[in-house]
Design a protein around this ligand. Structure first.
Ligand code: ADE
Ligand code: ZN
Length: 321
């Protein structure tokens, strides 16, 4: 099996419903409204998805809860053949952006990650766009204060229709100065211009999703020429309705145009997906074979927010060293 590398995974978004229900029982929180009768997360729009996501987060209350979550998520990823994963971490849900509280959560997440067998993890602090620029600045401070060999990146997720990337430039500048690598969700719901804005105002090395770049050939050329890696999550896009089906998804066209593309699950239980499932659908839909999946893994290793020794070891593991 070709080892898999995942660059775009929201830690809370990877929480299995069973874990969230167990925590809700333990803490006497009624979360019944966020599940359907089969026990899956229930939502019918992106706005509802964000509401359910944030409701699920209310039972993740302590550093130990996040350690439990990290262990569960990494065990599941490793079972899919994932050897390296970058997880988005949210100080908003970990001590409400208080730096000293955040340190405790991060410590617990890191300890859990470092004891996970067969998989390595790095953390990317993410601010949440619809929580606004002031919260983003506090989040960036949490990231800057804890930047290091485990916490290696900073990004932005959430509702792309809220505000403009320039509103978040201060936080990204702070993170860059602290040595963090940068990524931004863009071009998922927004058009090609939203990708241009993220590049111009936030000066990111990677784009989360970025799929709507396909509608702008000059932007496609820019991504290819500048080596801007897209963290593409096709199953997420199809389930949320960004594209009606796998056939219409632009990942194959972006790759053919020379854009560095990688494959991730985003929030796997929400989208009933796994890395294996994503690979299978890409193979079924576009005929992707082992050579292409090795190339995808190589692209991910080259774009990973890790040190050079880790990168070299990853490239060696995938036979591309
Ligand atoms: N947070 C978790 N998943 C997300 C997505 N697909 N888009 C934006 N923000 C998110
Ligand atoms: Zn995402």
């Amino acid at each position: 099996m070709i080892p898999k590398l995942e660059l775009h995974l929201h830690l809370e978004g990877a929480a299995p419903p069973d874990l969230i229900r167990a925590l809700a029982r333990e803490k006497h929180v009624d979360l019944s409204g966020i599940f359907d009768d089969r026990g899956h997360y229930a939502y019918d729009s992106f706005a509802a998805f964000l509401r359910v996501y944030e409701a699920a987060c209310t039972v993740l209350q302590t550093p130990d809860d996040f350690a439990r979550l990290t262990r569960t998520v990494l065990e599941r990823s490793a079972a899919q053949g994932v050897i390296y994963t970058e997880a988005f971490l949210s100080p908003d849900f970990c001590g409400q952006r208080d730096v000293s509280a955040w340190r405790e959560y991060l410590h617990a997440i890191r300890e859990a990650a470092q004891s996970a067998p067969d998989i390595q993890m790095r953390g990317i602090v993410t601010c949440i766009r619809h929580f606004g620029p002031d919260a983003a600045r506090e989040t960036a401070l949490c990231a800057a204060e804890t930047a290091g060999d485990f916490l290696t990146g900073f990004g932005i997720a959430g509702d792309e229709s809220a505000g403009h990337p320039r509103d978040f430039a201060y936080g990204f500048d702070m993170a860059r100065e602290a040595g963090l690598s940068l990524t931004a969700h863009a071009g998922e719901w927004g058009g090609a211009q939203s990708v241009r804005d993220a590049l111009d105002h936030l000066r990111v090395a990677r784009i989360g999703h970025g799929v709507h770049a396909i509608n702008d050939p000059a932007l496609v050329d820019r991504l290819a020429e500048d080596g801007i890696t897209l963290e593409v999550c096709p199953g997420s896009n199809v389930t949320l309705g960004v594209y009606p089906d796998w056939r219409s998804h632009p990942i194959d066209k972006l790759r053919a145009a020379g854009v560095p593309v990688t494959v991730s699950t985003d929030d796997p239980p929400f989208f009933h997906t796994t890395m294996t499932h994503e690979y299978q659908r890409l193979s079924d839909t576009f005929g992707w074979d082992d050579e292409i999946f090795t190339d995808i893994a190589r692209t991910a290793a080259n774009a990973a927010f890790c040190d050079d020794a880790t990168r070299a070891a990853l490239l060696k593991r995938i036979g591309a060293g």
